[in-house]
Design a binder for this molecule. Sequence first.
Ligand code: FMN
Length: 217
Amino acid sequence: MSIDKSTIQNLRQDYRSASLLESDVAENPYSQFEKWFTEALNAEVLEPNAMTLATANTNGIPSARIVLLKEFTNEGFVFYTNYNSQKGKEIESNPYAALIFFWADLERQIRIEGVVEKVSEEESNQYFNSRPKGSQLGALTSPQSETINSREFLEKKLADLEKQYEDKEVIKPEHWGGYRVIPNRIEFWQGQSNRLHDRIVYIQGKDKNWKFERLAP
Ligand SMILES: Cc1cc2nc3c(=O)[nH]c(=O)nc-3n(C[C@H](O)[C@H](O)[C@H](O)COP(=O)(O)O)c2cc1C
């Protein structure tokens, strides 16, 4: 390794942003999320909708990757993927997931935990139909998460599909669609000086109402 250990250990940022106080936060986490997401958009952070998605298999072994948030409502957080992918298989057998947004420029992290369900076929179709043709064909081309022999395999398959669909609309494949993470816990983390960061977590009770509390950093 050519990177010296101390180079990494000395990477240190002292956060000095506005604090996150109980008196400032919204009554429910969806409004709070909307507020912070709007601020991320206004700050023009790179890929504000990129989020880490953590899933686990039935042995409890976790895996994580980035996906893009495509919709959020009071029902949850939606992303689109290949249902046959590793994440898809893990979600089918163990329908719990965690999401992380990290907006470095704003010194903010949001942690979301909940249950995952597929969005309706109608919603998936609607979103699929709104995508550029190149992305639609990409979804048909890639057996996501499977081993392939070469890049040429993908390029050839895409070229064949481009010909096949030259004058035709692309129909969403069955194995492609959305998942909605329906949260029961959402934490808002705001970096502060001397590592005394602010953490406000909303937890949903059995009555479905949200309460928030402060956690130690
Ligand atoms: C910025 C970024 C955005 C991504 N967005 C998506 C996405 O929305 N859906 C998706 O399936 N994969 C997306 N990916 C690719 C995934 O990180 C991952 O490689 C892929 O989904 C396969 O994951 P799996 O094998 O764990 O299922 C994105 C990657 C990056 C870096």
